[in-house]
Design a protein around this ligand. Structure first.
Ligand SMILES: [Zn+2]
Length: 452
């Protein structure tokens, strides 16, 4: 937008269709936004987009979709909306939408929440709201899980009826004879014929045996491996193999110890003898290339975000016990960890220095982290009705106030010679922070580097 021109402003709202709900009628919303916009001579109203249904949870939102399309077409500069909860299904969703809009230069103003995504702390405050909303959601989900866990301990099998070799009805497993025979063949080939999973897969396909769940496709070595690893075939039951760590997108991931598992021995009729199953597990461990790659979950707010400015490798978390017994946490270039100084010569960075750098950056770009965190948390408490103390404790994790919230802020942090180059999500360019004292995490300058 060039100077003097008006900012093209759109408004988004949810309207009630109930006759007696005057406050949430389309007419009332129109007047509200028209008046709000008329107070700004440099603003011009483009359109008021209104979807039916008051909550943001409604899946079908045609007006919202039209508005996003108009923004992408470059017809809107700014979007006004009353509050975060009306804008999207949840705060995390709102954050995703505002980021996408910000990337194409469109700001969003949440009038009641007093958040403007064009301002530097807008993104930060939305991120905190997202973290708190997520925490709230987690607690609700925990209560649901408690009930599910009681049933699991009683041996009720959860999931849909797609376990190869078994029929699942009413939470109980019964053996399917034809598929059980295939499973026994696989165990025999692996253990007694010494064949690998790839060969077994090829032989099964060659024999015309349909694989699990994909009748018209060939067997894969992964399918064979799953049969060899599944404890259900020796009659046991492991509950909670997967869990849903992100309660807002409901995506399932492998439960690598995040949630307690329930293991029931001799839960149902076995397909292979326990001795054979155990022998297969030992054989699998023996044949596996040593040190199977273990994907660690994000343990730090900056996990997976630190990159080596020297060689481009990722930085990995390390720790060492100091002489005085305290723990020293730092990040080092993976190439260096694996191959020593021949791999890469970039110096490691103390975890405390990364934290200090982030705080320094937020301070330099004008985000009062303390105030933003406190105010936003207060807003969250008001809207979500969260428990105040728990919420504050949550925001104070990991030595950074709002450690969890910070996780969403940086997209990448490049480690350079006594400097960190931080790319913030949704913000063009990078911020290069020069350290005065690298070990103690004292930074002396912050320079904005534009993308070339
Ligand atoms: Zn490196």
């Amino acid at each position: 937008m060039s100077g003097g021109e008006q900012l093209r402003v759109a408004a988004y709202c949810r309207v009630s269709t109930a006759q007696d709900d005057q406050l949430h009628s389309l007419e009332h919303q129109r007047r509200y936004f028209a008046e709000y916009i008329s107070r700004r001579p440099d603003w011009a109203l483009v359109e008021i987009y209104a979807d039916r249904g008051l909550s943001g949870t409604t899946v079908h939102r045609p007006a919202f979709q039209r508005m996003i399309a108009a923004a992408q077409a470059g017809e809107i500069d700014l979007i006004l909306t009353k509050e975060v909860s009306r804008f999207a299904r949840n705060t995390v969703d709102a954050l995703a939408h505002t980021r996408a809009l910000r990337r194409i230069g469109v700001g969003v103003v949440f009038i009641t929440d007093n958040i403007d995504t064009r301002q530097n702390d807008g993104e930060f405050r939305l991120t905190i709201m997202a973290s708190v909303a997520q925490e709230e959601s987690r607690k609700t989900s925990e209560r649901v899980k408690w009930g599910q866990r009681r049933s699991m301990e009683q041996g009720v099998v959860f999931g849909c009826n797609n376990i190869y070799g078994f029929d699942l009805r009413g939470g109980r497993l019964t053996v399917k004879p034809e598929e059980a025979a295939v499973i026994r063949t696989v165990y025999h080939k692996f253990l007694h014929e010494g064949k690998g999973t790839y060969i077994i897969a090829r032989e099964l396909t060659g024999a015309g045996i349909p694989p699990p769940r994909a009748r018209d496709k060939p067997w894969s070595s992964t399918m064979v491996l799953r049969l060899l690893r599944n404890e259900k075939y020796c009659g046991d039951l492991l509950q909670k193999k997967t869990c849903t760590p992100d309660f807002l997108d409901h995506r399932k991931v492998k439960n690598d110890g995040r949630e307690e598992q329930v293991y029931l021995r001799g839960h149902h009729e076995a397909i292979v003898p326990r001795e054979q199953f155990d022998a297969v597990q030992r054989e699998l461990a023996r044949r596996a290339p040593n040190g199977q790659k273990k994907r660690h979950s994000a343990r730090y707010w900056c996990s997976g975000k630190l990159v080596c400015g020297g060689c481009g490798s990722r930085f990995v978390p390390r720790q060492r016990i100091r002489a005085d017994g305290s723990m020293y946490r730092f990040w080092a270039c993976r190439a260096q960890v694996q191959h020593g100084r021949a791999g890469c010569t970039m110096h490691p960075v103390p975890h405390s220095t990364v934290c200090a750098g982030m705080l320094y950056l937020l301070d330099r770009i004008g985000i009062d982290t303390g105030r933003a965190a406190t105010e936003t948390a207060a807003l969250c408490l008001k809207t979500a009705g969260a428990d105040g103390e728990a919420c504050r404790a949550f925001l104070q994790t990991e030595s950074l106030p709002g450690g969890a919230a910070y996780a969403a802020l940086p997209e990448q942090i490049t480690v350079e010679e006594r400097a960190l180059a931080v790319r913030l999500r949704g913000v063009p360019g990078m911020f290069r922070l020069q350290a005065e004292d690298w070990k103690r995490g004292i930074f002396s300058s912050c320079e904005r580097v534009q993308d070339t």
